[in-house]
Design a protein around this ligand. Structure first.
Ligand SMILES: *Cc1c(COP(=O)(O)O)cnc(C)c1O
Length: 435
């Protein structure tokens, strides 16, 4: 891994192009352009759009240290789901009160760790988990995760997690019996949700469960509306509709001035468009059209230096959002050909893009894929021994301030140094004030 900075105002494509020209890049691996300015843009947009909702970034989506540090510096809080995620966020100097342990089913040792580090807020969705919490961490502040409609999302969570409405009362009563404190409710409408109404319906449900909780003696003042907000380039229209629907449903069910603490857990929203991947073509096959077929039936297959086992886990499920661009200007204007893009492993299912149109390219040429920040780097596997992409960071001076003392970092020790530098400067200066 290497970390470098580019502080000038330029596009990701320009920067990638410059790197390609200036550096002797190999065909062994590609690289990400990580645009930290885009993270700041999303934070500002969130605060403008949903001023009543405090975001807790879902670390599982992308745990890049620079991203976490910039978010922490901007005052964003964190949703963690494991011991390692909690530890990583705490090591940035983030207070435990800024973390929610948002996994409804927790390993006992992780729960003990949360206790020793003072991470009190956590979700649950069944009576069995309550017993575990009562045994290990009876001082926890419990948040009941609800099973909500996620039919308009790409990745569904409600089959696995959440209490159905008919089970909520039993959960609340059991918590009472065990002497636990339930402070509110949470839900997740599924990742990349396309329906603003999913949140409105979930908020009505949340209100009903809060009323049940109040009736049996809990102070239900905590509301967690989860993740699910799209974050790819051009997501703004759907986000505007979603945030309007959320604000309206909040006003109806959880009105201002009634003392609610409202949080969300965006993952994809903050990081998706901040990461653009540049992958290089390492192999090519041109299939000649059969004589009877029309001549434009030529299909070109490219093999690139990334795979579904590294950045393109998404292609296992859908390749609709995988859209390659040519990096080099002199290539973009050529005649378009039917194209298939394969990954570099020996696995037959390692197909990145089933079908797209591209000008004819050669081995050594670069493709750029934007909006690959969510569930990409955190799902990398060492499969087949292929190399993971490098990362090059872009940041404007006020965001790059914490990087200023850095030069070039090429190994684990250097990354640790960056880490220390981040946490020190975040405490000493705080980009929050600068922002
Ligand atoms: C995965 C997850 C998130 C993040 O979801 P996005 O759709 O990426 O915003 C938030 N909260 C919980 C509990 C999750 O499991």
């Amino acid at each position: 891994m290497s970390i470098r900075l580019c502080t000038s105002e330029m596009s990701e494509r320009d920067y990638a192009h410059q790197l390609h020209l200036e550096r002797d890049l190999t065909l062994d691996r590609g690289f990400y352009i990580v645009n930290l300015n885009d993270i700041k843009y999303k934070v500002d947009l969130w605060r403008r759009s949903c001023p009543r909702v405090t975001p807790f970034y879902a670390v599982k989506c992308n745990d890049d240290l620079a991203v976490l540090s910039v978010l922490a510096n901007l005052g964003v809080n964190f949703d963690c789901a494991s011991k390692a995620e909690i530890s990583k966020v705490l090591s940035l100097g983030v207070a435990p009160s800024r973390i929610i342990y948002a996994h409804p089913i927790k390993a006992p040792s992780y729960l003990k760790y949360a206790k020793t580090r003072g991470v009190r807020k956590m979700t649950f969705d069944c009576v069995e988990e309550l017993q575990k919490i009562a045994d290990i961490y009876p001082e926890a502040q419990c948040v009941l995760r609800l099973k909500v409609d996620d039919s308009d999302s790409t990745f569904k969570l409600s089959l696995k997690f959440g209490a159905a409405e008919e089970d909520c009362l039993r959960c609340l009563q059991e918590a009472r019996r065990l002497g636990l404190e339930v402070v509110g409710v949470s839900f997740h409408v599924g990742c990349n949700n396309q329906s603003p109404y999913a949140y409105a319906n979930a908020l009505n449900f949340a209100r009903r469960v809060c009323d049940q909780g109040e009736k049996i003696g809990f102070s239900m003042k905590f509301l967690d509306i989860g993740g699910g907000y799209p974050g790819y380039h051009g997501f703004e229209p759907i986000f505007e509709k979603t945030s309007n629907a959320i604000n309206a449903a909040l006003e109806t069910n959880f009105p201002k001035g009634a003392g609610f603490e409202i949080i969300s857990e965006p993952g994809t929203f903050f990081v998706s468009s901040a990461f653009s991947l540049c992958a290089r073509i390492i192999g090519k096959k041109v299939s000649q059209p059969m004589e009877k077929e029309s001549p434009n039936k030529t299909v070109i297959q490219y093999y690139v230096n990334d795979s579904v086992y590294k950045s393109f886990n998404i292609s296992f499920f859908t390749d609709a959002c995988v859209s390659p661009l040519c990096l080099e200007d002199d290539k973009v204007s050529g005649e378009l050909c039917e194209t298939v893009i394969w990954g570099n492993t020996c696995d037959g299912v390692d197909k990145i893009k089933q079908s797209c149109l591209l000008p004819e390219l050669e081995v050594g040429d670069w493709l750029m894929f934007d909006s690959l920040g969510a569930y990409s780097t955190t799902l990398e596997t060492p499969f087949n021994g292929m190399e993971a992409p490098d990362k090059y960071y872009m940041a404007r001076p006020e965001i790059a301030e914490v990087f200023n003392a850095m030069k070039v970092f090429n190994d684990e020790e250097d990354v640790a140094h960056v880490h220390r530098h981040f946490s020190l400067s975040s405490q000493a200066r705080g980009l929050r004030q600068a922002a």
